[in-house]
Write a protein that binds this ligand. Structure first.
Ligand code: GLN
Length: 564
């Protein structure tokens, strides 16, 4: 039977529970343990696929085609776990399942209730995540904050789960905030105490506290939290703000969190090392030799989470090239013919990400025209590839009205259109082309140069495709199709031959990039951006990572004072 870790959050949201869960996964994997990480999300949507990026940030897609929370992206970037549909559970899915059963009469006349029917369904989903596979530790992150109405059924299910499997097989990790009050010059533990109190009211005593803080906690502070929250002192873990999110596993290991987890879960203690992670990821992220600026031209650039995996994958491309990647975020709605050169004057590459709907599309097309004509490295993803196709059709083939039928149903040259099977789709949720599909890569192309393989698997999330009617005409003018589905029917990667690096994919490579194994297309994009920069003489100097500033009072040997 696997061991179980529940990760809950308190005080406020956005404390980085996803990164904490992923980092716990990383330090356990370093001990040779096989882990999986699951997200339990309290909203009523069946999945985030139908939510706007304003509501939810990026929708992360798994290999088996589930549309999930972006935290699953952190889990896959930090660990080797392959996540599937079962790793993402929402209130919507649970109620859907229970109500469907009720309609079939499967509850034998019972009154169907939150306890036990909803909680039983949640417990089944926690067990099912390891069905048919070997796994030593299951980490289940409960979305939301302790005290929320929505997350109660999940917390109750987790409480019961521990009762069912025994204390030695299941523990609770609670992430809280220890705010620093500048005016008083003090760190405050009261919110943490209250949040632990809230959990206790529903029968959960956390075993480990991870405390987010801007300042060092110091021994005295840890002792105080330990005493008032009833948690062993060595189980109070400080989670200071760090320079790179990839430092978090190192910070946890330094405080022996891995040893504490193993002791509580009765896992035979093996000392593991994060040496490779430190050398290949953290050291390179903090001490890059070069620096390059690339633009992301999208509709949601003001939201930090809307293109999460893309931003991370660009950083991975930087790590692979020993370079810091500075991302200039450009709102595609603002880009016009007259200002595009101004917007793009100081970048060495541009990336146009995925998206839905016509807003901002014309700006993306203008930006692509500029970089194609001026031979600046270009990387298009999903809608980015579709825009590149439209741009080429309009500017090079002279089809002024070329478009995707998503934006103009009456276009005389619908170079991007719906497949027949998509024409019939009525429900929006979960009906796109989703998940991993094979793609054959043609030799002597930029894509092959990157992958060095003729067959790759990549993840999709879209309805529209390249319209094969226009393949030959466009090919003749230098539009290169470098990736096709194995049956040859779907265009998966396109390039412009007469250009230093112009590559766009119908799939989303960003979902498969890891900090220590950058996705080949991101690695090459950054390599070519660096080459462009060298050629054009705009050499940027990397900023040395700021040395960690010891707290003023610590320098003098004193501890940060506690509140009364
Ligand atoms: N809107 C486009 C489609 O549905 C592109 C989707 C995307 O970029 N993820 O095909």
């Amino acid at each position: 039977m696997p061991k179980y870790i529940f990760v809950t959050g308190g005080v406020v949201s956005s404390l980085g529970k996803g990164i904490a869960s992923a980092s716990i996964g990383r330090i356990l994997e370093a001990k040779g343990l096989k882990v999986t990480i699951q997200k339990l999300d309290p909203y009523i949507n069946v999945d985030p696929g139908t939510m706007s990026p304003y509501q939810h940030g990026e929708v992360y897609v798994t290999e088996d085609g589930a549309e999930t929370d972006l935290d699953l992206g952190h889990y896959e970037r930090y660990t080797n776990a392959t996540l599937e549909r079962a790793n993402s559970v929402t209130t919507g899915q649970i109620y859907n399942e229970v109500i469907t059963k009720e309609r079939k009469g499967e509850f034998l006349g019972a009154t169907v209730q939150v306890v036990p029917h909803i909680t039983d369904a949640i417990k089944a989903r926690i067990r099912d995540v390891t069905k048919n596979k070997r796994c030593d530790v299951v980490i289940s992150e409960v979305g939301g904050t302790a005290g929320d109405i929505e997350s109660l059924p999940f917390l109750e299910a987790a409480r019961q789960f521990r009762h069912d499997v025994g204390r030695e097989n299941c523990i609770f990790v609670h992430l809280t905030l220890v705010p620093y009050i500048r005016a008083a010059g003090e760190l405050k533990t009261k919110p943490t105490q209250h949040s632990v109190g809230t959990l206790r009211e529903i029968g959960i005593q956390p075993d480990i506290l991870i405390c987010r803080t801007e300042k060092r906690l110091g021994r005295g502070m840890k002792a105080k939290i330990s005493l008032f929250c009833n948690v062993e002192e060595e189980a109070v873990i400080e989670a200071r703000d760090v320079r790179s999110i990839y430092e978090v596993p190192l910070m946890f290991k330094e405080q022996n969190l891995d040893a504490v987890l193993c002791r509580y879960l009765r896992i035979e203690y093996k000392s593991g090392s994060l040496h490779e992670w430190e050398k290949n990821v953290v050291a390179k992220a903090l001490h890059p030799k070069r620096k390059v600026r690339v633009a992301v031209v999208g509709k949601y650039v003001e939201l930090p989470d809307a293109y999460k995996s893309i931003y991370e994958a660009l950083r991975h491309g930087g790590i692979a090239n020993d370079a810091e990647v500075v991302i200039k975020k450009i709102n595609s709605e603002k880009v016009t013919k007259s200002n595009v050169a101004h917007y793009l004057k100081d970048v060495s590459g541009i990336l146009v990400p995925g998206g839905f709907g016509s807003r901002g599309v014309e700006g993306k097309i203008k930006a692509i025209q500029h970089v194609r004509e001026n031979k600046i490295p270009f990387f298009g993803i999903c809608l980015g590839m579709q825009c590149a196709t439209i741009e080429f059709a309009r500017s090079v083939l002279g089809w002024k009205n070329a478009n995707s039928t998503e934006f103009n149903k009456k276009s005389s040259h619908p170079v991007i259109s719906l497949l027949e099977e998509q024409e019939k789709v009525e429900n929006l949720g979960g009906t796109m082309r989703l998940g991993a599909y094979a793609c054959n890569v043609k030799k002597d192309t930029y894509a092959y140069e990157a992958y060095k393989s003729e067959e790759v698997m990549e993840r999709h999330r879209h309805r529209y495709e390249f319209n094969n009617k226009y393949r030959e005409d466009m090919r003749k003018k230098g539009f290169r199709i470098s990736g096709l589905s194995p049956n040859g029917k779907l265009v998966e990667i396109i390039e412009v031959a007469d250009h230093p690096w112009f590559v766009a994919s119908q799939f989303h490579p960003e979902f498969k990039s890891k900090p220590d194994r950058a996705h080949p297309l991101f690695r090459e994009f950054i390599a070519h951006a660096l080459a462009y920069q060298t050629e054009h003489g705009v050499i940027l100097k990397p900023n040395p990572a700021p040395a960690e500033q010891p707290d003023e009072r610590e320098k003098e040997g004193a501890e940060v004072p506690l509140e009364a």
